[in-house]
Each structure stands twice: as structure tokens, then as C-alpha cells.
Design a protein around this ligand. Structure first.
Ligand SMILES: NC(=O)c1ccc[n+]([C@@H]2O[C@H](COP(=O)([O-])OP(=O)(O)OC[C@H]3O[C@@H](n4cnc5c(N)ncnc54)[C@H](OP(=O)(O)O)[C@@H]3O)[C@@H](O)[C@H]2O)c1
Length: 306
């Protein structure tokens, strides 16, 4: 049977194991879906074997990759026949697919995080408000989102400034090096903030209508928030956590000010949906809309079975 793979670390525990078969039924695609668990920073030979198998096995259609995007790309670059522009830029593979007999390695995250971002940010928001963005956590998801902002937004609709804070320096330096190649001129400040108390003053002085993002995993991977209880969110602003499970303390902090500050509070559910659906569309070569009634049907089904 045609098979779609999920390359991760603890794939069995993921709700996608229940969600994918339901989506497959709805979309009329093969339900054969297999999780492959690798150790974090596994032996490069492991990644090479997996990618070679998918390439050579006619029944293997492709894969979604989490946790190993950079390691898999580094180990298996020369096994891919084609790689996308974002794969070249970010040096990672999050989607493996086949087209016209060729094996493709895609980096989908700039597109999927961008779709999630656009789902709640009003049209021409940055042009109309001159607002700013503060991202806490400089990992892969934040790099993907800033890549989207720099590469895909029109020049007349950019945030007036982006702040990125991280508890350690290496990810900030990596992000800065990539931004240097693609930044169309957005003012950007990289902040090494080992303590959460350092993040509050940045949030407190953001312009009206600004966006604050928790991209640290705090509130899911481990409990907590990268802000203190004293923080003041920007009026008419947006609070977005990339996650939708966990104690989501950052979102609770935002909700406690939602009415008084007129805040939009967004979790990571739509991000999760786009992350999977764009890869499924690529691997199965089907057209799935990014909004509207069919997207809503897919979202509702996932909520029901997850
Ligand atoms: N909804 C979705 O579908 C979706 C999609 C993508 C990601 N996510 C979630 O978003 C989160 C981030 O993902 P990712 O891929 O970017 O992870 P990642 O690459 O591991 O990056 C996490 C970053 O946050 C930083 N960090 C952790 N705790 C911090 C703190 N207290 N203060 C400041 N920075 C802190 C880490 O710092 P160091 O560099 O010092 O380790 C790291 O740079 C994860 O929890 C992930 O599950 C959700």
C-alpha cells in the first residue's frame, strides 16, 4: 500500500496518529501512515538509510520530518534529486516527496508558519499600524516565521521593528546570519535574555497593535511562561503561542488582559493544521485549500478525533 511516513522522536504519542487516518478517509488518500523514531542527533547513517529507502521503494510516497530537520538534511543532502529554495537557505528538510521520478527535500516551515500568522493578522496590518513584533525564543519555528516575514510580505507592509530574545546566544547568532542574507531592511534587535524578567520591559514598550510570540516551548515542553505576571501586553495587540497543548501560561497571562487591552489571543492549533496539511498536499499531490469550508471541515475533524 502507498505509505506516508512521519519521522520524529516519539511519533506514537502524537495525536496525528489518530488524526491522519480520519483525514485520509475524508481526502480519499491511502491510510498507510508509519512513524519512524530516531534519536535526537542520530547517526547520519540512520538518516541516509531512511531517505534512501523512501527514494527506492515505489510504495513510499514521502514523509513529514520533525526534530531531525537539520540533521537529516546534513546527512542525506546528496540523496535528494531536488531541493527547494528554502531548503537551501535554512539547510533543513521538513517534507520529503516525489515528483516525476525525482526525490524532493522541502523546507515547508516558512510557508506553514506564514499561513498560521496570516490567519489571525488582519490584511495590511503592518502598513496601517506601524506596529512591531517581539518573538521570545529563537529556534526553528521563529527562524521560519521571520523568513516568511522577510521573504513573503510586501515591502510596504512590514513590521516597523522585530525584537528576538533567547536564553542563550547560539540560536540568535544563527538567526542573525540567515537574516543578513534576506532582510529587506526591517530594524531588528537580537536580545540575549537568560532571565524572563528581561522580556517584560520589551513587551511593555511595544507600539499599539504589536504582536508578542512565545516560541520557547515554555508552557508545553515544560510548564511556565517567558514573561512574568507583571507584564503589560500592547493595546490592540496580539499574543501568539506556537503551541496548543500544555499549561499555556503565556496565553493565560494574555487572556487575563484580553478585554482591558483589546488583545487577540491565538494558540498553535491552526499552525499545527497547516504544518501537516501542506505536507500532505505535497506528498499526495492533491489540492487542499488553506482556508474556507474545506479547511474548516479538516480542522473540525481533527478537533473531534485528536
Ligand atoms: N503548533 C505547531 O504545529 C508548532 C509548530 C512548530 C513549533 N511548535 C512549538 O513551538 C516551540 C518552538 O519550536 P522550535 O521548533 O522553534 O523549537 P526549538 O528549535 O527547540 O527552539 C526553541 C527555542 O526557545 C528557546 N528557549 C527555551 N526556553 C526559553 C526561555 N525560557 N527564554 C528564552 N528562550 C527560550 C531555546 O533556547 P536555546 O537556544 O537556549 O535552547 C530555543 O532557541 C516548541 O514547543 C514546538 O512544539 C509548534
Amino acid at each position: 500500500m502507498d505509505t506516508f511516513y512521519y519521522i520524529g522522536t516519539s511519533t506514537r504519542q502524537s495525536s496525528i496518529m489518530r488524526v491522519f487516518p480520519a483525514w485520509a478517509e475524508l481526502l480519499g488518500i491511502s491510510k498507510s501512515f508509519i512513524g519512524i523514531n530516531c534519536k535526537i542527533h542520530d547517526d547520519p547513517e540512520v538518516y541516509r538509510k531512511i531517505v534512501s529507502f523512501i527514494k527506492n521503494d515505489k510504495k513510499s510516497l514521502g514523509a513529514l520530518v520533525t526534530s531531525h530537520k537539520i540533521d537529516l538534511y546534513q546527512a542525506a543532502t546528496n540523496i535528494f534529486d531536488e531541493i527547494g529554495d528554502y531548503t537551501k537557505l535554512l539547510k533543513e528538510v521538513s517534507c520529503i516527496s516525489k515528483k516525476d521520478g525525482k526525490l524532493w527535500g522541502h523546507a515547508k516551515d516558512p510557508i506553514t508558519s506564514g499561513l498560521a500568522f496570516e490567519s489571525f493578522i488582519p490584511k495590511n496590518h503592518w502598513k496601517k499600524t506601524n506596529a512591531e513584533i517581539f518573538i521570545i525564543g529563537a529556534g526553528g519555528a521563529s527562524l521560519a516565521l521571520t523568513t516568511y516575514i522577510m521573504q513573503e510580505l510586501t515591502r510596504d507592509n512590514l513590521p516597523s521593528k522585530i525584537y528576538v530574545a533567547n536564553r542563550s546566544q547560539p540560536r540568535l547568532s544563527h538567526m542573525k546570519a540567515i537574516h543578513k542574507k534576506i532582510n529587506p531592511g526591517i530594524r531588528i534587535e537580537y536580545l540575549h535574555h537568560p532571565n524572563k524578567e528581561q522580556n517584560d520591559p520589551i513587551v511593555n514598550q511595544l507600539k499599539l497593535g504589536s504582536l508578542v510570540i512565545n516560541g520557547t516551548g515554555l508552557g508545553k515542553d515544560i510548564p511556565g511562561s517567558p514573561l512574568t505576571e507583571d507584564v503589560l501586553f500592547p493595546k490592540n495587540g496580539f499574543a501568539w503561542d506556537y503551541n496548543y497543548r500544555g499549561d499555556l501560561l503565556f496565553l493565560k497571562q494574555a487572556r487575563s488582559q484580553q478585554k482591558e487591552r483589546n488583545l487577540h489571543v491565538e494558540d498553535g492549533w491552526v499552525y499545527f493544521l497547516h504544518g501537516w496539511i501542506r505536507v500532505i498536499a505535497e506528498v499526495f499531490h492533491i489540492n487542499i485549500p488553506t482556508e474556507g469550508p474545506q479547511f474548516q471541515e479538516i480542522s473540525d475533524l481533527a478537533s473531534k478525533v485528536r
